[in-house]
Each structure stands twice: as C-alpha cells, then as structure tokens.
Design a protein around this ligand. Structure first.
Ligand code: NAD
Ligand code: DAU
Length: 352
C-alpha cells in the first residue's frame, strides 16, 4: 500500500480518487483536516476498505512512526501543506509549522522506518515530495521557463516555506540516502478546488452575483494544469522516476489572469447565463495587488516528457470546461464549503 499525506485537500483528494479508480492498491490517507481538508471530497470512498483515513498532523512524529510500522507502505507521498499565498502573507506561522517543521518530522519518521526495512523493501521504498514552481521565484516576460536547475528565489512566506521543505528532502537523500523524488508543479485547477484560489473563486462569486476581484492589472501569468494531469504525472514519477531527482510538472499553458477570468465568464454565459442577460464579465472588479506578487511562472516540463514519457491529456479549453461544469453540477459541495458545513462531515461519518 501507499501512504498519502494531505489527501483530503484539493490535489491529494483527486490523487486518492484517481489512484483507487485505477488500481486496488490501498491508500492510508493522513490529513490534519485544516480548513482546506474536506472529507466530502472522498465521500465516494465511504465504506471502501482500500481507503484508510487517519486524522493526524504530519508534525506528529510518534503518530506517523506508528502508522509506518503498522501499514508498512511501499511509498509515502507528501501532499500536506498550507498552500494559499494570500493566507501566508496575512499569517505565515502555520506555513512554517506545517511546511517546514511538518516536513522535517515526517522525514525523520520515514528515515527511521526506512532504516529498519529488509533490503528488498528498502530498495523499493520511495518518498515523493509534492512541491511547487513558486520556489523558483518570478520570471520576466522574455525569460525561458523554469527548468529543474533554475535557482531557488522564493518570494512569499508560502514559497519560502515550500523551498525549505524541498531543501530538507534533498538533504535527506544526499546525507542519508533516503530514496526521495521531488516534483515541482505549476498552478492546478479542477474539481474540489477550495474557492479561495483564483478559478474556483471566480466561478462561485460569478454564480452568486458577487464581484470578481482581479489583483493589480490582471496581467500576471500562470501556467495552468488540470489537476488530473498533475496526478498522472505524480503516478509516473513514482513508478519510474530516478531517486534524488527533481521533476518539473506543467501544463505548457501560460495565460494572464484576466484571460482566465474572462474564459470562466464566457463559459458561464454559455452554460448558465445570468438572468438579466448581461455577460458575467460585468462583475469583474480590479482590486489592490497582492504584496510581492510574482509576475510570471512558467514550467519547462520537457525532462518529465523526454525521460518518463508524460504529457498532459487536457488542453486548457477542455480542462476549464470540465471544471466549470463540475462546479455547476455540485452546488451542494460549494454550499457546504461556503457555510463551513463540510467540517461536520467528520463527526457525522467518522465519529466512533
Ligand atoms: P490544499 O490546501 O487544498 O490541501 C492541503 C491538505 O493538507 C488539506 O487537506 C489539509 O487539511 C492538509 N494539511 C495541512 N496541514 C497539515 C498537517 N500539518 N498535517 C497533515 N495534513 C495537513 O492544497 P493543494 O492545493 O491540494 O496542494 C497540495 C500540495 O501540492 C501542497 O504541497 C502544495 O504546495 C502543492 N502544490 C499545489 C499547487 C496548486 O496549484 N494547488 C500547485 C503545485 C504544488
Ligand atoms: O504555482 C503553483 C501555486 O499555485 C501553488 O503552489 C499554490 O499552492 C497555489 O495556491 C497557486 O498559487 P497562486 O498564488 O498562483 O494561486 P491563486 O489561485 O491564489 O492565484 C492565481 C493568480 O490569480 C495570482 O496571480 C493571484 C491572482 N488572483 C488570485 C485571487 C485569489 C486574483 O487576481 N484574484 C484573486 O481573488
């Protein structure tokens, strides 16, 4: 089996759902259930013996050690993190605690466990760390996309904390020989995305008749990847990646934010037009910029493509249509997230 951390969040939940749709290999899912952890994302796995959920903090070394000896996973995949840049600007403490201290404690527990394994299991074991393109900093308009050897230049407390975690993972390979893999991915979008991030926020605000807040001039560029393509890349790296290596994952899909917001508006105009006949774009509202806002991210994913044969399956056009449709088809999920009712899911469905 595999052990996944942060599997109740956006990418982790998509990963667990896809994993169990494609194989019968069980998953132990360790998640602290912060505001971003939502077990409703995994409601389709209720009663499925292949999914074992454990509410725990990755910084709780004793608990993680006990889970590792109990389940003896062949791999640990670390998705758990504080992930929202704006929150890191308002309050960095949790980012330091989870992304740095948490990753350190997780690495320590994994290292101790790995050291006790018999040779064949030890050889096959993998620790896969899920990271971000934001560790590389911001690109000028004419600079080439980030490769795996780009210097680290994180600009927000979030990206600095992720950069620190990447360095720890690298050091555990270099010093202790721990068989690690690191992936640095660009912006994801798709089902179960918490509506504090750009795309889901625009969809839910548009439908609620609220303003669509675009930071600054809206010309910041991100490289968008459909979440299920990120999951397929992680599966491929786990399967065939070389230990100690870093793999960049991206969508070959750079777009300025305002273009993203306009695409969402156009799709909603088609799929669920406003009752007054006006386009959703009338709700766009330019607001103050994010402090220290990175201007452009772009990932060069050719290493993953050339060495491991991975390519994204979705174009932005197909992925964004699926995403908008998913939100239109899941008004209850949106309502529960907005009201906070999703947090009652644990009590209702997992209480002893
Ligand atoms: P998310 O915020 O949606 O989910 C994070 C999950 O981690 C939540 O379920 C939360 O409860 C859990 N968690 C937080 N602190 C924890 C702790 N101390 N112990 C155990 N669980 C904890 O994040 P996401 O967007 O799904 O991102 C997942 C990973 O992918 C993160 O490491 C993030 O840095 C990385 N990443 C995200 C993107 C993106 O566009 N969302 C892109 C590249 C990389
Ligand atoms: O690049 C990968 C990163 O992408 C991940 O590591 C992070 O976990 C993830 O949150 C995401 O970070 P961003 O800051 O790029 O994502 P966010 O959705 O918050 O913002 C995307 C862009 O849209 C960014 O330039 C800020 C802008 N924005 C965002 C919000 C929430 C707006 O203009 N208005 C908004 O309301």
């Amino acid at each position: 089996m595999i052990l996944v951390t942060g599997g109740a969040g956006f990418i982790g939940a998509n990963f667990v759902l896809d994993w169990l749709a494609l194989s019968d290999e069980p998953v132990v899912n360790v998640d602290k259930l912060t505001y971003a952890g939502n077990l409703e994302n995994l409601s389709s796995l209720q009663g499925d013996a292949r999914h074992v959920f454990v509410q725990a903090d990755i910084a709780d070394g004793t608990c993680i050690s006990q889970l590792l000896s109990q389940y003896r996973p062949r791999a640990v995949l670390n998705f758990a993190a504080e992930s929202h840049v704006d929150r890191s600007i308002h309050g960095p403490e949790d980012f330091i605690q989870t992304n740095i201290v948490g990753t350190f404690r997780l690495l320590e527990a994994v290292r101790a466990h790995w050291g006790t394994l018999p040779a064949p299991e030890k050889h096959a074991f993998r620790f896969l760390h899920v990271s971000t393109d934001e560790v590389y900093g911001s690109l000028a308009a004419d600079e080439p996309a980030f490769t795996e050897t780009h210097r680290y230049e994180p600009n927000s407390p979030y990206s600095a904390s992720k950069a620190a975690s990447d360095h720890l993972v690298r050091a555990y390979h270099h010093t202790y020989g721990l068989p690690v893999l690191t992936t640095n991915c660009s912006n994801n979008y798709g089902p179960y995305h918490f509506p504090e991030k750009l795309i889901p926020l625009m969809i839910v605000n548009a439908l609620a008749g609220k303003p669509l807040p675009v930071y600054g001039d809206g010309m910041q560029v991100r490289d968008w990847l459909y979440v299920k393509d990120h999951c397929s890349a992680i599966r491929r790296v786990l399967q065939a990646g070389q230990t100690g290596e870093v793999y960049n994952i991206g969508g070959f899909n750079e777009k300025p934010n305002i273009q993203i917001v306009r695409s969402v508006c156009v799709l909603l105009d088609e799929l669920q037009p406003r009752q007054d006949g006006q386009p959703y774009s009338v709700q766009i509202s330019y607001v103050s910029d994010r402090p220290g806002h990175d201007r452009r991210y772009a990932i060069d994913a050719r290493k993953l493509e050339q060495q491991l044969g991975w390519r994204p399956a979705e174009t932005f056009e197909s992925g964004i249509r699926k995403t908008v449709q998913w939100y239109l088809e899941h008004p209850d999920w949106v309502a529960h997230v907005q009201s906070g009712a999703y947090r009652e899911w644990v009590q209702k469905h997992y209480a002893p």
